[in-house]
Design a protein around this ligand. Structure first.
Ligand code: WQD
Length: 361
């Protein structure tokens, strides 16, 4: 029976689809393609050699969600779909609450109606707010500091109440730290809309020449070199964590939160240096004022996921930098353009045609 992956065309969703297909799962992808590209679905099929149904629908349309459940006997759901830009959420809170929370409630209503009660939810370390100490464990107090983070926290609370009302549910809440990197093939990766908010896509755009220099947001934090420290985790390690969580919800009836991080923190300047060493490409930067709301240090205690999911992150910082660069170098304009560069740097037209059956346009 297939796994429904909402937001499966997105950054973490697409990498998880690759790991699911490689592990022998059948999948169905649901995505509104608002913050992702159809091309990423082609690339998933290119990497795995497998096709899968895709439904281009919006979770705000409960009827369209139901159609997916009518047409498919779904085993479980991995729910990525949602808006995720912190700054945008501050400017457009109602859009974030409506899209992320109403969309999730619509999905849960249909899951309940069709007796699908196994769920892996894409949450975020942002639910910890400004941690008082590190490493951060799942028992820490939860206090999101922006509307995006509050949607994640509210959905976690909704899922806890749902489980209290009906213990037949089995739910894993996965709290990601800082996902970076790309599939080792260099054919899928992070493809932010407009100017990147996050560090690594900004670094790779400086390296490829799309941005003149990196702005380092502050160097007066209480850290070794004064710049912010984060727990960067390879997106493929993160994807594999979802498969472990899927196994867990298939074999239990509980609701549990898990930190998905490496347990190690690196500063902004350490990331710049690691990228330059791994790729040989310089990353010019300037120090500017701190970004409001940024924590000084944030990294995970990932021991619960190791203990209960038998999962730990395996890829190195060098892997993260090399794989980020290979994706950016092969795809200077992300998925957007129909030109992809071969390893020799000679662009050629991407393959045409769909590698998957489109169920609903
Ligand atoms: C990392 C470090 C910045 C950009 C965010 C979201 C969080 C989650 C992960 C969704 C910080 C510094 C960054 C730049 C910089 N997303 N930085 N110059 O803020 O830890 O987390 O992404 O769940 O919700 O908040 O990640 O990559 O933005 O920043 O100096 O141009 O890099 O100050 O120290 P962050 P980030």
């Amino acid at each position: 029976m297939p796994i429904l992956v909402t937001g499966g065309a997105g950054y973490i969703g697409s990498h998880t689809c690759v790991e699911l297909l490689n592990a022998g799962y059948e999948i169905i992808v649901l995505d509104n393609l608002l913050n992702s590209k159809r091309e990423s679905l082609n690339r998933i099929s290119e990497i795995t050699g497998k096709s899968f149904p895709f439904y281009k629908i919006n979770l705000l349309n409960e009827g369209e969600i139901e159609q997916v459940f009518i047409e498919n006997d779904i085993e479980a759901v991995i729910h990525f779909a949602g808006l995720k830009a912190v700054g945008e959420s501050v400017r457009l809170p109602l859009r974030y609450y409506h899209n992320n929370i109403t969309g999730t409630i619509n999905l849960l209503n249909i899951m309940k109606k069709y007796d699908v009660n196994r769920l892996v939810f894409s949450s975020s370390a942002t639910v910890y707010g400004m941690p008082e100490k590190v490493p951060i464990s799942e028992e820490f107090p939860l206090k999101a500091l922006n509307p995006y983070g509050r949607t994640k926290l509210m959905i976690e609370e909704i899922l806890k109440d749902l489980f209290e009302s009906d213990p037949n549910w089995s739910i894993a809440l996965l709290r990601y730290f800082n996902p970076i990197g790309a599939h080792e093939s260099g054919t899928i990766g992070e493809d932010p809309n407009g100017i990147p908010n996050n560090l690594m896509p900004f670094i790779t755009q400086v390296a490829i020449g799309k941005m003149p220099e990196l702005s380092v947001f502050g160097n007066d934090y209480q850290t070794a070199d004064g710049t912010g420290v984060r727990d960067y985790i390879h997106v493929t390690d993160l994807a594999k964590g979802h498969l472990k969580a899927l196994e867990k919800v298939a074999s239990s009836q509980e609701i549990e939160a898990y930190n998905l991080g490496t347990g190690k923190g690196y500063s902004v300047l350490e990331m710049v240096e690691a990228f330059e060493v791994a790729t040989g490409v310089p990353v010019p930067y300037k120090v500017v004022s701190p970004r409001p709301g940024d924590a000084a240090i944030c990294f995970a205690d990932a021991s619960k996921a190791k203990r209960e999911l038998q999962w730990t992150a395996e890829k190195s910082l060098r892997d993260m930098c090399e794989d980020s660069w290979r994706w950016q170098y092969n795809n200077p304009n992300g998925f957007d353009k129909n030109l992809i560069a071969t390893g020799t740097g000679n662009p050629h037209l991407s393959k045409s045609g769909d590698f998957f059956n489109t169920k609903i346009e």
